[in-house]
Ligand binder design. Structure first.
Ligand code: SF4
Ligand code: SF4
Length: 465
């Protein structure tokens, strides 16, 4: 299975007498610089200190050396700010830890990276990352052909059979009459889908709509063709699961289930027969990579906990998207009350979902455009669909099947990233999570095994930064 995060981890420990340290490293990324003879390696991880500190343990320092790098360059020495108590302190249950996150320049001649923990002037522990293990990270970023790119194709297809009050596409309370697609729009859709299937890069595609995808035979035909394309690794689709089961079975018999992942949105105000809906969801879950989405619409928040419990009891993965829009004259998600936040925190799929969809945090460094791109019905390719990126021309998929990716990740210029397709592009997502399969809505906290021993690093306990 493709690891979208291309992470290399090492995890080992060393004794400092009665005080011990442990080093856990993730090599997040290697990305090339514009000259082509080198690049930047982003290393991050933690040093944990635990045991009994009798007051004699000096502050550990971290040294990063690069073998095969410019010979004149001295190793980089970082002093870590691990708190050192003045009195004897037992840390068995809650280790003191400090994180590091460092970008180092490396040439293509780099043989290995050596990371050492120094205590006084002595190396007490070191971890060597060989060139082979670095390559596991480096290769995917060397050229687009070797790397799987996430694609969001927003089609703006305007037809839906539901009228959810919170609909962001305008089918709900304030229904906006949208123009139906004519033949020319379907022709454009086909052209873009077909050009995606011809790109010289491996891609995961998420076609989005402003309605219900499975109401259009032509949209489905495009997905069937795309699933057959060699460069396509997966297609993520979303549905309100309102069509009969036989209908979805027929579609999946055309695409196969090895490349298709599905998210079904459960809309309590619209579903007239919940048991039938649950039955279809259980079948879907047995047939392919499947997840359910609920929307944190203020008037139904109190129902969501029980609903999520019911869906989980059927073996279904559930995530909650914050409500985006206006309710009783207040703009959400920023207007969630402390009581709402408490409920949402309990039922959110991950800390990442909570931080982005409920707390509406400012995103920071983002890989949009670097290992993902966005295209809409104009055919113009952009890094992402949120916030007008002032980025130069990346391509036009109505004209030709080529996309020029950005050379490196960049800081986001938007104040929020509320899109459930885009928020996975952020550096902070990659820092803490990895995907578990094809589905963009199924991922896990990378440190969950360590957190089982040390609750202080549970995803809900850490500073999410
Ligand atoms: S199913 Fe989706 S597109 Fe249709 S009304 Fe509900 S939220 Fe809007
Ligand atoms: S954080 Fe979101 S809005 Fe910002 S660049 Fe990335 S994908 Fe776009």
């Amino acid at each position: 299975m493709e690891d979208h995060n291309a992470v290399l981890a090492c995890d080992s420990a060393a004794n400092l007498g009665s005080f011990q340290t442990r080093l856990a490293i993730d090599v997040f990324d290697y990305y090339p610089d514009s000259t082509g003879d080198g690049g930047y390696l982003r290393l991050a991880g933690w040093v944990y200190c635990y045991g009994i500190n009798r007051g004699d343990a000096a502050v550990p320092r971290l040294r990063i050396g690069i073998e095969g790098h410019r010979s004149s360059q001295k190793p980089i020495l970082l002093t870590l700010n691990v708190p050192r108590p003045d009195v004897v302190k037992v840390y068995h249950d809650a280790p003191e830890m400090c994180g590091f996150d460092y970008v180092i320049p490396v040439l293509t001649s780099c043989k290995s990276v050596l990371i050492s923990i120094m205590h006084h002037h002595t190396v007490v522990h070191h971890q060597k990352l060989s060139v082979e293990s670095l390559n596991a990270v480096r290769v995917p970023y060397k050229s687009p052909q070797d790397h799987v790119i996430n694609v969001r194709f927003y089609t703006d297809y305007p037809v839906c059979n539901f009228r959810c009050p919170y609909c962001v596409a305008g089918h709900g309370n304030n229904t906006t009459e949208r123009e139906r697609w004519d033949e020319e729009m379907f022709h454009k859709y086909d052209k873009i889908m077909d050009n995606l299937g011809k790109l010289d890069m491996r891609i995961n595609v998420r076609p989005g709509v402003a309605g219900e995808f499975f109401l259009s035979e032509k949209l489905m035909d495009g997905a069937v063709r795309l699933a057959a394309a060699e460069n396509v690794q997966s297609i993520n689709l979303i549905t309100n699961l309102s069509r009969p089961l036989t209908f979805y079975e027929r579609f999946l018999s055309r695409t196969g289930t090895t490349k298709v992942a599905l998210v079904a949105s459960y809309h309590p105000t619209e579903v007239t027969d919940p048991d039938e809906w649950f039955e279809k969801a259980v079948w879907m879950n047995s047939a392919l990579d499947f997840a359910v989405i609920l929307v944190g619409y203020p008037p139904i928040i109190d129902q969501l906990e029980a609903l999520k419990f019911k869906l989980n009891s059927l073996g279904l993965t559930v995530f909650v998207q914050g409500f985006i829009g206006s309710y009783q004259g207040r703009a959400y998600p920023q207007a969630y009350s402390p009581a709402h936040k408490e409920v949402l925190r309990k039922i959110c799929y991950s800390r990442h979902d909570y931080e982005f969809f409920v707390e509406a945090r400012k995103p920071g460094l983002c890989y949009a455009g670097f290992n993902s791109f966005y295209v809409d019905m104009t055919g113009v390719v952009r890094p992402c669909g949120v916030g007008g990126w002032p980025w130069p021309f990346m391509g036009n998929l109505l004209e030709e099947p080529t996309v020029a990716l950005c050379p490196a990740p960049h800081p986001c210029i938007s104040s929020t990233c509320l899109c459930d397709t885009e928020y996975i592009n952020t550096a902070i997502f990659r820092q803490y999570y990895r995907f578990t399969g094809l589905n963009q809505h199924k991922f896990e906290y990378k440190f969950k095994h360590l957190a089982a021993t040390w609750p202080a690093i549970d995803e809900w306990e850490i500073a999410y930064c």
